[in-house]
Design a protein around this ligand. Sequence first.
Ligand SMILES: Nc1nc2c(c(=O)[nH]1)N[C@H]1C(S)=C(S)[C@@H](COP(=O)(O)O)O[C@H]1N2
Ligand SMILES: [Mo]
Length: 540
Amino acid sequence: MSGPEAAPEPPAPGGKPDGTPAERPAGTPAPAQRRIRGWAAGAGLVAACLGVAAGELFAAFLSPSLSPVSAVGSVVINAVPGPVKDAAIALFGTADKAALLAGMGLIIALAAIAAGVLELRRPPAGPLLLGAFGAAGLAAVLTRPQSAVLSIVPPLAAAVVAVMVLRWLAVRVRALAAAPAPADAAVSRRAVLVSVGGGALVALLGAALAGIARGGQAGVAAVRDAVRLPPPARAAAPIPAGAELAVDGLTPLVTDAADFYRIDTALSVPAINPENWRLRVTGMVDREVELSYADLLAKPLQESFVTLACVSNEVGGNLIGNARWLGWPVRELLASAGVRPGADMVLSTSNDGWSASTPLEALTDSRDALLAVGMNGEPLPLEHGFPVRLVVPGLYGYVSATKWVTELRVTRFADDTAYWTERGWGERGPVKLSSRIDVPGRKPVQAGTVTVAGVAWAQHTGISAVQVRVDDGDWQDAELAAGISADTWRQYRIPVDLSPGGHDISVRAVDANGTVQTDEKRSVLPDGATGLHTIRVTVR
Ligand SMILES: Nc1nc2c(c(=O)[nH]1)N[C@H]1C(S)=C(S)[C@@H](COP(=O)(O)O)O[C@H]1N2
Ligand SMILES: [Mo]
């Protein structure tokens, strides 16, 4: 601490009798001032480190896709023009991501130093600068496909922590600068040393914690990337021609995994190494069965398209997606265990203690209830249940779609309950006949012929018609696109004539049994919303 300019001084009260460097008398004590600037820079660095650590820590426990650092990195990667990207890859090779992160780290460090020094001279310039970085992180996270209300937590936490720490440290550095006597300076210096050093320690600790949480996920993510799924013994039939209508803004027939809604109670995404994964079939069975990931991949796997929906999906909501799943039919697994008479339910439990109660019949009848390992041709993403989850056509996710599944207990509804059914949700959760308008969106449209388009679903029953109504007009049959199967949603479209002004457009579906979607409005609790999706369109 004591530079060559330091002269011995009397010990500060309560201080050690050694190294308390001299403070030059008021005027222009250049070395002291430089030292103070050094402390201010350190304060800025520590504040930024703590902020970044706080953001990553929150992200680590919420969802890996929410990391502000990775989000900013992805935005940079996506924004960089092709030739620059190629040059970077040529220059850094596979270390291009590391180089990007190092570059970001350098920029943040320089800005943090500037923020610390600025805060000393012109408060609140420091917090403003740090806040700007927080805003950049926020903007980046919001561009991510899985962005949700929760997304704003990590960058917000980062900005708040960084700003608060900087302000707190700046007070101490300023006290040091203003210390009137050498003794006061010594006390102030100790305060600065303790707070900046303490802050640095906490930042290290936070980074280590976030690293551990992320490390588990990153390790399993790498293992997942290396998984080679076997080809299906029975592949899904090709998607029929005409199943995908060419309408701008219409929901794609098959949902990208990155755009697939995510619902679960997991605060941090379980990171399960498939090496350690086991599924046990227990309860009312003739013989308990235990299955490893390798065992499962060796089974004759089957592929099928299934549209998965959440019971919490409001009318018109987007907690629904359609994917091509690869897995082993649950009925074959249950047959190998031998289900005892009297059982009517399978309680599936996840590695993180969540559970779902599925009617036994839905798992043993002819439908494609799968112990799934693949989604759209790839191993399940971590967020969607890697290494293994259940997918059951026709049932809401809360009674069927257990992710990170580790146990199937054959039992009876009379004897066992599951996570959400214990919390007031319906014991049985068949998906309700429903439909949604995607197009036109929220923007005003031109008067004349306007295309109305969307999706309709009645999983495991099938859709036979979709009808659209403008204001109080007649229900008109829409063009119904070809379907993949009764287990998936179908697209529809219809041209309607709209005059200038405001119009209400409603949709309703008819299922394969001829049942018409009810207009009775009911909320999602206890077993799924009903009512018709109606949009208000402004026509110019
Ligand atoms: N382990 C576990 N599995 C779960 C849940 C959960 O909270 N934990 N939520 C269920 C619910 S309510 C739904 S709607 C689906 C959502 O699956 P997705 O996140 O892959 O879209 O997962 C189901 N599986
Ligand atoms: Mo759900």
